[in-house]
Structures are given as structure tokens and as C-alpha cells.
Design a binder for this molecule. Structure first.
Ligand code: FE
Length: 286
């Protein structure tokens, strides 16, 4: 039997500043919502037009034990790491970085953005890794915006960029360590989007434009709607144009020991991560 997937709670993503002064909305972690296993953090950054000289970033910092997934909607971010990796993320691009055993990286606005200003907007999501994958060698998947597959509903009113998983018969290109869906859904007024989200996956919607409704419950702009743990048929509708991300993944269900940029299973592993970083084992940016 196929049953409805409903919303268990709606959480606001409050506005704050991060890094050197990047405006963000962080849906979680928070006191009430430490994580939505396996999603450890959800940031919607920017959404603003920056003046010349205003664009700020995240200077050198380490990561170990999870993945950071960055999706740019507008603006350009530059990325460097302690293994010599360097790239520029442009509007529409996704960088799926498996930090694994650890690296040091910097995420800064592209020089032209700092000089000329402009609109900056995107998302960074932290995805946990199961214990067996935490110490894997770091790895990047770079998905160029133009290569991200696009799916459309039969009536053309719902359009989906499929980053990971499958929607409307179209498969995304990101390889994940656990079953996962990462979709960017754009709805026209009156659209109805239907998606299978098996109850074995934890899931959430984040609405960044307009508002959507799931089974009579409204999720306003800048809010997360966490999916209830039962059912599989998700139906999202919008009276006015709206955009949201749909994230769903199999929960890892392991102990989480996290502090700042490290996410491990035990306090001893966390200690080791700090020690390894201090000793330069995660490298430095030359
Ligand atoms: Fe980072």
C-alpha cells in the first residue's frame, strides 16, 4: 500500500553571520534540532546583493568525518585545499566534497565578486559519513550546473534539478555513500509535485522562495519542513511560484561526536582529529 508522507514539524532558519561575515540562514544544528540524521548542518547563504568590497568568505579551516555539499544559485566562490585542489564554483554548480580523513580548505568569494560586488546565494549542507567511511581519502565531485539533469512534470509546472537520487524518471549524477535524494524544485503557481520518498529515508524540504503546502500544512519561505517518519508519497503544491530543496537520506543511526569542523563517533576520535590537525597532518594551504 502506498501512503502519504506528511510533515512532522516546521522549523524556521534564523538569520545570522558566519565566517568573516557571510549572511546566512542556518536551519540546523540548533538547540532544538541537533541534526536530521544524516544531515548535520543546513545553511542558506547570501540571498543578498553585495556592494564592492563586501563579499566575505571562509578562510583556512579543517574538516574530518563528513561531506560538505555546496550548491551555488548566484555569484562565484573560489575553493582551495591543502592537497592542491583549486576550483571556482559558478552559479548552478555543485561541489560535493568528501572530507573523509581530513583536509584544510578555504572558501572565498571569487576576486571579481569582491571587486565588483553582486548577488551571492547558495546552500551548504553537511552530510555525515558512516563510521566505515569517515577515514576515507578526501574526494571531490564537481557537477557543472549545465550538466545537472533537469526533469519536468507532465504539465510543465514543476521543474526539478536532480543533483542526487531520482525524480520524475530522471537520475542525478552525484555518487553518495548512502541512499540519498537532493533535488532543487521550482513550482509555478498551481503546480503539484509528487515524489516517492521511502519511509526508510529521513527527509526535509527547505523553502527559499514563496511557500508550499504538504497535506494541508504550509511551509513558508526560509523554513524547513521535516518529513514524518512514515509513508512514502510526498505531494507538494504551491498557489504562487515557489522554490525549495528536497533532501532525503537513509539515517546512519550511529553516535555523533562533533565539535566545530570535525564530526566523529567518539570523543577520543574527536580528540585525535584536533591532534592531527594541530600536527599538520591535514596539510596546509600553500
Ligand atoms: Fe568548509
Amino acid at each position: 500500500m502506498h501512503s502519504k508522507r506528511t510533515i512532522s514539524r516546521v522549523i524556521e532558519a534564523p538569520a545570522s553571520m558566519e565566517g568573516e561575515g557571510v549572511p546566512i540562514r542556518r536551519a540546523f544544528p540548533s538547540h532544538e534540532v541537533p541534526q536530521l540524521d544524516p544531515f548535520l548542518l543546513f545553511d542558506h547563504f547570501g540571498g543578498v546583493v553585495l556592494k564592492p568590497g563586501e563579499a566575505k568568505g571562509f578562510p583556512d579551516h579543517p574538516h574530518r568525518g563528513f561531506e560538505t555539499v555546496t550548491y551555488m544559485l548566484s555569484g562565484e566562490f573560489e575553493h582551495r585545499d591543502s592537497f592542491g585542489h583549486h576550483g571556482v564554483l559558478k552559479a548552478g554548480d555543485v561541489q560535493w566534497m568528501t572530507a573523509g580523513s581530513g583536509l584544510v580548505h578555504s572558501e572565498t568569494p571569487a576576486e571579481s565578486m569582491v571587486r565588483d560586488g553582486g548577488r551571492l546565494e547558495g546552500f551548504q549542507i553537511w552530510v555525515n559519513l558512516p563510521a566505515r567511511d569517515k577515514m576515507k581519502a578526501p574526494k571531490y565531485q564537481e557537477l557543472a550546473g549545465r550538466e545537472i539533469p533537469l526533469a519536468r512534470s507532465a504539465d510543465g509546472k514543476a521543474e526539478v534539478k536532480v543533483i542526487a537520487g531520482e525524480a520524475l524518471g530522471v537520475r542525478g549524477g552525484a555518487e553518495t555513500h548512502i541512499p540519498m535524494q537532493y533535488l532543487h524544485v521550482s513550482l509555478q503557481a498551481g503546480a503539484v509535485f509528487e515524489q516517492q520518498v521511502p519511509s526508510s529515508l529521513n527527509g526535509m524540504l527547505y523553502v527559499f522562495s514563496g511557500a508550499v503546502t504538504v497535506d494541508g500544512k504550509t511551509i513558508p519561505q526560509y523554513h524547513v519542513g521535516a518529513l514524518a517518519s512514515t509513508g512514502e508519497n510526498l505531494t507538494v503544491s504551491a498557489d504562487e511560484p515557489a522554490e525549495f530543496l528536497l533532501l532525503a537520506a537513509q539515517p546512519i543511526k550511529e553516535p555523533v561526536a562533533r565539535y566545530g569542523p570535525f564530526v566523529m563517533n567518539t570523543a577520543a576520535e574527536l580528540q585525535q582529529a584536533f591532534e592531527d590537525y594541530r600536527q599538520g597532518k591535514m596539510g596546509t594551504i600553500g
